[in-house]
Design a protein around this ligand. Structure first.
Ligand SMILES: [NH3+]CCCOc1cc(-c2cn[nH]c2)ccc1C(=O)Nc1ccccc1
Length: 356
């Protein structure tokens, strides 16, 4: 099985990784792996502690031998997460690859899945649904701006951080069409209940338009606590999606019904666009302005306070530390930078302990 990221003989973190040693040696040298906090088909996700800083992280562990046809999904996700750095997207901190394993170290979200949050509350009040929907819009407008479509938007892929803010995960099905976001896509993917009519009918579709349909289903789930189109038999579910008829519970406001109607348009050409969504009266209600979707943590705009803290920790000049960080090897250095940055963005000051 070839290496996705590095040839086996290339040193990992300056040390020649003895390929005979445990597959977990490198990850355990920097993280204390704890309980499993999630799993999906080909991966399990463990809670871990970053030994140098004491910060909690999530480690997504995949065995290349078990991945089979899903191996390209992992490369897609790693490539996408390296490029998509945003306050409402789970940050990829580090990638460790060994002969048989791939470890993705990701920002930890202690609040769990939005799915479970909705189930626990039955359904959300309009104001809370709006708060979450604005954050989802912010993340999706950003990834569309960067030329990506997520293609698997659903409450299971939105996690709550410790400030009750949403973070998007699972970019394994993301697409970045070479011809730009206007280019049509062919692959039918994602979760059936959230899939757009043009996607389930096997037609070519535009990623951005399909993502907007999925966000309509997501908004409906936030406001109602159940899905607009649902059935135990996928063929029947597809018929319901293609028909586009759904119940409007009496608790939905006229504004909510109007927005849902514009998002759940079976004809993608009649569906509301991202630009119109960002300024929609329902989205703006009760908030001072439109949705801010630009990233607050772009890689091309390094945080000088984090660099200064790292320079002191590693005994380097700020310039040398800046040069090392901007190589973005997604190794220990990248992880430390993003861990410091995430705390900075949240208004905390993470002080690294003296190095042993
Ligand atoms: N539905 C989410 C289950 C837990 O999965 C994750 C949790 C975190 C996480 C938890 N806390 N912070 C981040 C980060 C990433 C994943 C993830 O990518 N899961 C996955 C996706 C596709 C296939 C298999 C697994």
């Amino acid at each position: 099985m070839d290496f996705l990221l590095k040839a086996p003989e290339i040193a990992i973190n300056g040390l020649k990784q003895n390929m005979a040693s445990s597959e977990y040696d490198v990850i355990r040298s920097r993280y204390h792996l704890k309980e499993t906090i999630g799993s999906g088909g080909f991966a399990k996700v463990k809670l871990a502690t970053h030994l140098a800083s004491g910060e909690k992280v999530a480690v997504k562990i995949m065995d290349k031998r078990a991945l089979g046809d899903d191996l390209p999904r992992v490369k897609t996700e790693i490539t996408a997460m390296k490029e998509l750095v945003h306050q409402h997207i789970c940050t990829l901190y580090e990638v460790v690859e060994t002969k048989h394993k791939i470890f993705m170290v990701i920002e930890y979200c202690p609040g769990g899945e939005l799915f479970d949050y909705i189930v626990a509350k039955d359904r959300l009040k309009e104001s809370e649904a709006r708060k979450f929907f604005r954050q989802i819009l912010s993340a999706v407008a950003y990834i569309h701006h960067k030329g990506y479509a997520h293609r698997d938007l659903k409450p299971e892929n939105l996690l709550l951080d410790d400030d009750q803010n949403l973070k998007l995960i699972d970019f394994g099905l993301a697409a970045r069409p070479k011809g730009g976001m206007e280019q049509h896509l062919d692959t039918c993917c994602g979760s059936p209940a959230y899939a757009a009519p043009e996607l389930v009918s096997g037609k070519q579709y535009r990623g951005a338009e399909a993502d907007i349909w999925s966000m309509g289903v997501l908004l409906y789930a936030l406001l109602c606590g159940f899905l607009p189109f649902d059935d135990d038999h996928v063929a029947t579910l597809y018929k319901k999606i293609l028909k586009g008829e759904y119940e409007e519970p009496r608790w939905l406001s006229d504004g909510s019904c109007d927005l849902l109607k514009q998002m759940l348009q079976i004809n993608p050409k009649k569906r509301i666009s991202m630009e119109e969504l960002l300024i929609h009266p329902w989205v703006k209600k009760g908030h001072s302005g439109t949705v801010h979707w630009n990233s607050k943590c772009e890689k091309n705009n390094l945080n000088t306070e984090c660099i200064a803290e790292m320079a002191e920790y590693y005994g380097k000049t700020k310039d040398d530390m800046m040069t090392i960080v901007t190589q973005w090897h997604y190794d220990e250095i990248t992880a430390v930078y993003f861990l410091l940055l995430n705390n900075f963005v949240r208004g905390c000051r993470l002080k690294l302990p003296p190095r042993s």
